[in-house]
Design a protein around this ligand. Structure first.
Ligand SMILES: [Fe+2]
Length: 210
């Protein structure tokens, strides 16, 4: 994983973009096919995801996860957890620098597989962090802590899903990223995950932390 990200040069512009002044400069989201050589790695990753005890987060105690939809009806919303975790570099509480996630040591093979996968897909892409969500749906949001372009892919056996992007003119577009890479600027563009009708979605998002 590389820390030096050429996309960081865009910080100044992005602050303008996020204020809505310069949205025409944001590249349109793009769907990219999975290459044949990526498929065996994806299958290994999927069985990895299915076989681990998924780390959980409590969205009500986590400011960055307020946009998560809890689909099960519950009276105990404070104690609901979602199956989601980050691996790679994370922002440690109260610290300026990025630090290694505890999950790097917990799942070292997964980190290597994930890194190998994105390098097969786009060797020029750099990132600091990978977010993995299991059965999680999000409402419209912008990725406040991200910079530059992210890759997001929906994996597993499910029907429906995809990512909806809402553009500055209010137009909403669904990108079906089931087994496809969505390459998009989640910091500048409002987006939400579309509901899964049947089955279970694993969403994998590669991004660069500020
Ligand atoms: Fe997002």
């Amino acid at each position: 994983m590389r820390n030096q990200n050429p996309q960081q040069k865009r910080v100044k512009n992005l602050s303008l973009i996020s204020e809505g002044k310069n949205l025409e400069d944001v590249p349109s989201p793009k769907l990219e096919d999975v290459k044949d050589k990526e498929k065996p790695l994806i299958n290994i990753l999927l069985s990895y995801f299915k076989n681990i005890k998924f780390p959980t987060r409590n969205p009500s105690k986590d400011k960055s996860r307020k946009n998560v939809i809890i689909e099960e009806a519950t009276d105990d919303i404070e104690n609901v957890v979602i199956d989601a975790f980050a691996i790679g570099k994370v922002r440690a509480y109260n610290r300026k620098e990025l630090a290694n996630s505890v999950n790097n040591k917990k799942f070292p093979d997964m980190l290597l597989l994930l890194d190998r996968l994105i390098k097969l897909h786009n060797p020029r892409f750099t990132y600091t962090t990978i977010q993995i969500n299991k059965g999680v749906q999000t409402t419209y949001h912008r990725d406040k802590g991200n910079i530059g372009l992210s890759y997001c892919i929906g994996l597993g056996d499910f029907v429906g899903g995809g990512v909806i992007v809402r553009f500055a003119d209010g137009v909403e577009k669904l990108y079906d990223n089931h087994n496809k890479w969505l390459y998009y600027d989640g910091h500048s563009l409002e987006h939400a995950s579309n509901k899964v009708k049947k089955g279970l979605r694993y969403a994998v998002i590669y991004f660069t932390h500020f």
